[in-house]
Design a protein around this ligand. Structure first.
Ligand code: NAD
Length: 415
């Protein structure tokens, strides 16, 4: 993991698709580099009176299909290369589901678990101010990601609005409902994972009733996926977070595990299960594996031992290209991140559209619209993969890259 560089991996995936598409070197050069990389160093006053200078990033990868869109993460491990990779994946993700956005991502190097709410608020407001030179409702629209949530989005929206002199709800998505958030946004990523997994199971002639599911990561994406797959009739046999893993072949109750995590800060000590390592959650006997934590966890070292028939990537970049080859050879169906977790950005798009129009839709309408988009995207990617006899990641990347390349071509090169 030490040498793992997400941007190198994103470029490697891009080149594979570009080769297959026979993309010109000039077009590759445009698409492989981010359009803008903003690095900001800014002071934040801590509760103890000290001042800490923090580093943050906002990268816009490509904006040829529309404004840049992508989350903001807070973590001690954030790097510019990670943010660049995530921004590139956002470009392909928006293109694969056909929503009119380009890709962006942001992050701040910080340890949110050891910061107070007021410190996080000051960090967020100052970071928003620092990146306000490139974000905006028609240029670049942030959203939550790892360790950021609707409260952080509310602070970002308020800060940007204070500078504008009026409320600008459409500058961020993933906001609370009371200030222009959308119904269904919180569950959107996990709902999209469920919709695409249903479609994949249909293709394999596999029933989701009683299917065993293992989930790495128990945050927004992972914990809600656990609940939705449980309601679908699946058995959640394993879960994990940064403190460890938990296994119960009879199936865990996701609600009870969630309450335990809220009370004790981790799923790992939940009593009704056997403790396993963080690594084991990927390789336990199961039918569906949902990586929902971080990048680079499925590699050539463990891909061989994964037992799941379907791997639905809720996380961004969980599988390395070397692991992809092994999984494809073993007949595992990987629903790639840019498709599987695109429900989040799709409902973000719905939120933005609602904010711009000041007309709001009900939950049923959101879910129905999401299902149409996810199913259409799944079928297009699966057909592409069948046509080229390749895995779904290559199929998805080919589809996305050809759409972005076409938009770039038709707009022409300025001046
Ligand atoms: P989160 O911060 O809510 O949760 C992350 C979870 O992963 C936590 O439970 C954490 O303990 C766990 N974790 C981190 N590293 C781990 C490791 N090495 N092993 C096991 N567990 C680990 O974040 P989230 O919003 O749920 O995002 C998770 C992943 O899903 C990220 O890759 C993110 O980019 C992706 N994603 C999220 C959304 C969204 O709407 N939240 C949308 C698309 C993609």
């Amino acid at each position: 993991m030490q040498d793992f560089n997400p941007y190198d991996m994103a470029v490697q995936q891009f080149e594979l698709a570009a080769d297959k598409l026979e993309l010109s070197e000039d077009m590759r050069e445009i698409l492989r580099k981010p359009k803008r990389e903003l690095i900001v160093n800014f002071p934040v006053r801590l509760d103890n009176g000290r001042i800490k200078t923090m580093t943050g990033y906002r990268v816009q990868h490509n904006v040829n299909r529309g404004p840049a869109k992508g989350g903001i993460r807070y973590s001690p491990d954030v790097t510019l290369d990670e943010v660049k990779a995530l921004a590139m994946w956002m470009t392909w993700k928006c293109a694969v589901v056909g929503i009119p956005y380009g890709g962006a991502k942001g992050g701040v190097i910080c340890d949110p678990k050891n910061m107070t709410a007021s410190e996080l608020e000051r960090l967020t407001r100052r970071f928003t101010t620092e990146i306000s030179i490139i974000i905006g409702p028609h240029s670049d629209i942030p959203a939550p990601d790892v360790n950021t949530n609707s409260q952080v989005m509310a602070w970002m929206m308020d800060t940007y609005s204070m500078h504008s002199g009026f409320s600008v709800p459409a500058v961020v998505t993933g906001k609370p409902l009371s200030i222009g958030g959308s119904e269904g946004r919180n569950e959107a990523t996990a709902t999209g994972v469920l919709f695409t997994t249903r479609r994949a199971a249909q293709r394999l002639g596999m029933s989701l009733k009683g299917a065993r599911v293992s989930i790495q990561g128990f945050g927004n994406a992972g914990s809600i996926a656990a609940r939705l797959f449980h309601v679908e009739g699946c058995k959640i046999v394993a879960v994990s977070d940064t403190s460890g893993g938990l296994y119960n072949e009879e199936g865990l109750d996701p609600g009870a595990v969630q309450r335990h995590k809220l009370a004790y800060g981790t799923v790992a000590t939940y009593p009704d299960g056997q403790s396993i390592s963080i690594a084991d959650v990927l390789t336990v006997p199961c039918d569906i594996l949902i990586p929902a934590a971080t990048e680079g966890v499925i590699t050539e070292h463990n891909a061989d031992t994964i037992q799941a028939r379907i791997i639905a990537e809720a996380a961004n970049g969980p599988t390395t290209p070397e692991a992809d080859v092994i999984l494809f050879e073993k007949g595992r169906l990987v629903i790639p991140d840019i498709l599987a977790n695109a429900g989040g950005v799709t409902v973000s798009y719905f939120e933005w559209v609602q904010d711009l129009q000041s007309i709001f839709w009900g939950n049923e309408e959101i879910i129905a619209r999401l299902e149409v988009i996810m199913n259409k995207a799944f079928d297009a990617v699966a057909d592409q993969a069948d046509l080229y006899h390749c895995d779904m990641r290559l199929g998805a990347n080919m589809l996305a890259i050809s759409r972005v390349s076409e938009a770039t071509q038709v707009r022409g090169i300025y001046p």
